[in-house]
Design a protein. Structure first.
Ligand SMILES: Cc1cc2nc3c(=O)[nH]c(=O)nc-3n(C[C@H](O)[C@H](O)[C@H](O)COP(=O)(O)OP(=O)(O)OC[C@H]3O[C@@H](n4cnc5c(N)ncnc54)[C@H](O)[C@@H]3O)c2cc1C
Length: 488
């Protein structure tokens, strides 16, 4: 039996490990953090559970191929799926617009808000339905499978949006609520096609929440790997790789030992793989181009969590607000997302609630936080200042929460950098800019015969399904290569 060593125990690495075992390989994962899961994680604070990741999980609709992959990896593990009526609500001056699961309701709501935008709304809704058509063909057993002519007629509707960022899309509408609704979910510079796909995923019942949240999902995947006989070593970093000709022969580990294998999967952030483990010149050219491209950005965010001494909150689900002008400068962001967890009884003590907030940072801001981490006093002061402002913002929006909030935690791009090593603290891939090739890229590393990438960076904008697909694909490539070698 051949042995595969996997660097990184995030979703890509765990998926690779599980498929390696399912295909009969010996599989060992080295994960630098003391818990598996990478960005798919959560932690406890003061009797509350903070969820770091899933806002929507693509692949919760049983007719899709992605659902099959989550099933194989134990990610869904028989837990219930929470299907909210809406994915998020944008609120501006007290007027709200929600992304309803039902596209016709969204259409009616947009028209009611802004009849003068009727033409643009109609074209947007057609594109959303076209994106649904394309997404719904991904399942082999999908009885909603679109015909070729339906597919061909859907594509032009979407291509129109492929050219636009969410800001450019928003500028086509006159209504300020619709404009904010289209921009607030993602970081500035994000492509409109990415937004349409995310919305269509939710509206296809394919982007919902596995019960128990992110950490529980990561632990189910880790348990699945272990139960298949995989070796999961947490708290052990890979620090280098030894190459002979066009093969990796072993990796060095943080405890000073080396580990040899027949094949290697690099499932850490590519900036680590090609910055610290393999020569930079081995980085696939599509990745190099994206890293170097002036308009292709990476991003991260600032988060805070508050315990709320109330049995029920004045809002439900994810709520997006514009930040007032004065705060934009201080928080270096335009929008803020507030999130509550009433669907997860175990996340807060009985009779209490939890609010988490996030606001995006562009790459420059991420780097500022990461640099500041070297000056702990200043870093903490900035974190506290921002958290104070956010708390005041929440209370201004919901005066009934005055005196009821207490801080549980705040975390920044520097936190992500510290835990996963990811450059600029990014936890998703490139911010799916307009005109970007949306296709999934191979994890092949040109010049190496037995080493592969498995990472969310193989398809913008990354995310859990891309990471998982990449993990599975890496094992498939190893199996193919082995067959070729046997024939020769
Ligand atoms: C706030 C937030 C919200 C999100 N929301 C969603 C969402 O709603 N839906 C969605 O699909 N995705 C979401 N994501 C993104 C999702 O978490 C990531 O896309 C996914 O977890 C990436 O998986 P990965 O395995 O490619 O990378 P990572 O999670 O980065 O895993 C890489 C692993 O490699 C380890 N590692 C690094 N260097 C080494 C080394 N030298 N040796 C050993 N191990 C190493 C790291 O510690 C890490 O565990 C969100 C993420 C965050 C943080």
């Amino acid at each position: 039996m051949s042995k595969i060593i996997i660097t990184g125990g995030g979703v890509a690495g765990l998926t690779a490990g599980i498929y390696a075992r399912l295909n009969g390989y010996e599989a060992v994962i080295y994960e630098k953090h003391h818990v598996p899961g990478g960005n798919l994680t959560g932690w406890n604070r003061g009797g509350y559970h903070i969820d770091n990741c899933i806002h929507w999980l693509t692949g919760t609709n049983p007719v899709t191929d992605m659902y099959g992959l989550w099933h194989d990896t134990g990610a869904l593990g028989g837990v219930g799926i929470y299907r909210a009526d809406s994915l998020f609500t944008y609120e501006h001056n007290g007027v709200k617009l929600s992304l309803s699961r039902d596209v016709s309701k969204l259409h009616t709501d947009m028209l009611a808000l802004s009849p003068k935008d009727e033409k643009e709304i109609s074209s947007f809704i057609k594109a959303l339905n076209a994106a649904k058509t394309i997404i719904e063909v991904s399942g082999k057993s999908n009885d909603k499978k679109a015909t070729t002519s339906e597919l061909l007629s859907s594509l032009p509707l979407l291509l129109r949006y492929h050219q636009l960022t969410t800001r450019e899309l928003a500028e086509r509408f006159r209504d300020p609520v619709i404009r904010g609704f289209l921009q607030g979910l993602f970081v500035e510079g994000f492509g409109a096609l990415g937004l349409l796909v995310a919305m269509a995923t939710f509206c296809s019942d394919n982007g919902d929440l596995p019960q128990g949240g992110s950490r529980a999902m990561a632990l189910r995947m880790a348990n699945r790997f272990r139960s298949l006989g995989g070796g999961l070593n947490c708290g052990v970093s890979v620090t280098g790789a030894e190459l002979k000709k066009n093969r990796v022969v072993s990796v060095t580990l943080s405890d000073g030992s080396t580990a040899a294998a027949d094949a290697f999967i690099f499932a850490a952030d590519p900036a680590i793989t090609f910055g610290a483990l393999l020569k930079e010149s081995l980085m696939p050219s599509y990745l190099r181009r994206l890293y170097d491209h002036a308009s292709v950005n990476r991003f991260s965010s600032f988060h805070s969590a508050f315990a709320c001494d109330v049995p029920e909150l004045p809002f439900c689900g994810d709520r997006i607000f514009d930040l007032p002008l004065a705060l934009r400068e201080k928080l270096r962001s335009k929008y803020i997302i507030l999130r509550e967890y009433s669907h997860e009884a175990g996340f807060s003590p009985q009779g209490k609630c939890l609010i988490q907030t996030m606001h995006y940072f562009n790459e420059t801001e991420c780097r500022r936080f990461i640099r500041l981490k070297d000056s702990p006093v200043e870093y903490r002061a900035l974190k506290h200042m921002i958290t104070d402002e956010i708390e005041a913002f929440i209370v201004a929006k919901y005066p009934e929460l005055q005196g009821k909030l207490s801080r549980l935690d705040s975390w920044t791009p520097a936190t992500y950098k510290r835990y996963t090593g990811a450059d600029v603290g990014s936890y998703m891939g490139f911010a799916f800019p307009a005109k970007l090739n949306p296709l999934f890229r191979s994890g092949r590393i040109k010049g190496l015969d037995n080493a592969y990438l498995a990472t969310q960076w193989q398809q913008a904008p990354g995310g859990l399904p891309v990471a998982a697909k990449a993990g599975k694909a890496a094992v498939e490539m190893i199996a193919k290569q082995e067959k070729r070698n046997e024939k020769e």
